[in-house]
Unconditional design. Sequence first.
Length: 401
Amino acid sequence: MPSNLLVILSGSIAAYKACDVISRLVQRGHRVRTVATASARQFIGAATLEGLTGELVATDLFAEGSALDHIELARWADLILLCPATANTLNRAAAGLADDLAGALLLARDRNQPLLIAPAMNPAMWAHPATQAAVEKLQSWGARFIDVGAGRTACGEIGAGRLADPPEIVAAVEAALSPTGPRLRVLITSGGTAEPIDGVRVLTNLSTGRTGALLAAHFAQHGHHVTLARGRLAETAPPGVAEEVFTTFSDLDALLNRLLGGTRFDAVIHAAAVGDFSVEFADVPPGDVHPPAKIDSSTSRLLRLRPNPKLLDTLRSRSANHGIRLVAFKLTDHASADEIATEIQILRERARPDFIVHNDLADQRPGAEFPATIHPADGQPIACASRGELAASLERLLIPA
Ligand SMILES: Cc1cc2nc3c(=O)[nH]c(=O)nc-3n(C[C@H](O)[C@H](O)[C@H](O)COP(=O)(O)O)c2cc1C
């Protein structure tokens, strides 16, 4: 079905490939209008864009006679495609800057309208924490990213950052316009459990639930039905995601029974940091109620810990759908390649997950992306440089062939 498509080009050498994308979209019957940043105009002349689309190309926010273009163009479009998206434009959009036409449009658009972003840049620019943080922020606001390609970029460097191939971009545009692919019911667990020591203290961990929330946002934006079961202090569910909250291990245990037994989920992504121990017994004076409202801090008390069973091992058997696909997470601490392989093997034999997402604390830097590797039960590991890439890869892997 022909649609109104607004293509925003920013100043990347890959702008010539965006012309191929525009040409293909026009040939497929879509009406295309273009906005080019001042830098994009250094790469592509107005004549090319006008020749391809039959429409004037807009660049200037204050152009005489079209000062309200940013509102009108945003309303006209069924979908906005930002292609190629430079590091500069991504970072500016994530900051909500609106001092040029492209920025104003991205801010003025209706956030229910699909926004697809096809980045193109040098690998260092793509991997930079500023860019990755911008990607995450834009995703959390509903933007969908078309995966960058890896290989040799125009600047001669090798790595991830190339613009996706034009046919892939056209396919993503048309999929976003008429989402007909299989829809999954996905349960995602995230955040940490907390075990009460007394009425005011808990034994917990530092899990933020960011990865789980981001995965939930990605799946929901791609039309899947998502339930996020999150720890009480973890990041909350993004728009369009059903939310359940747990505190203790036994809360989560009961919640999983209810959710997995009641709904035929297609997949469970178990990203929660489940405490390995519950507090069995706080050493309180005889006669005190247990657990006490608050243990007196002037007296030394012993805690006795009870190991918790591994929830992961039981997810499939307690699920109404015995064919449910299971994604497990494994965090290691400065492990060698051999140690990682052993850990993955042990987890695989124990819980038989379909996929194990592994990451190591050595790769974690404050404020930076947390790269991960997906280990399928059969097949080669898939390296993901960012949480966004992890989400896109998991979606691809979980959708039945
Ligand atoms: C030859 C050349 C190629 C460039 N290619 C890219 C690119 O692929 N990706 C990118 O993020 N920036 C690239 N830049 C830098 C951007 O053009 C620059 O950051 C500019 O300010 C982007 O402006 P815009 O985002 O408003 O279009 C390139 C610059 C030059 C001179």
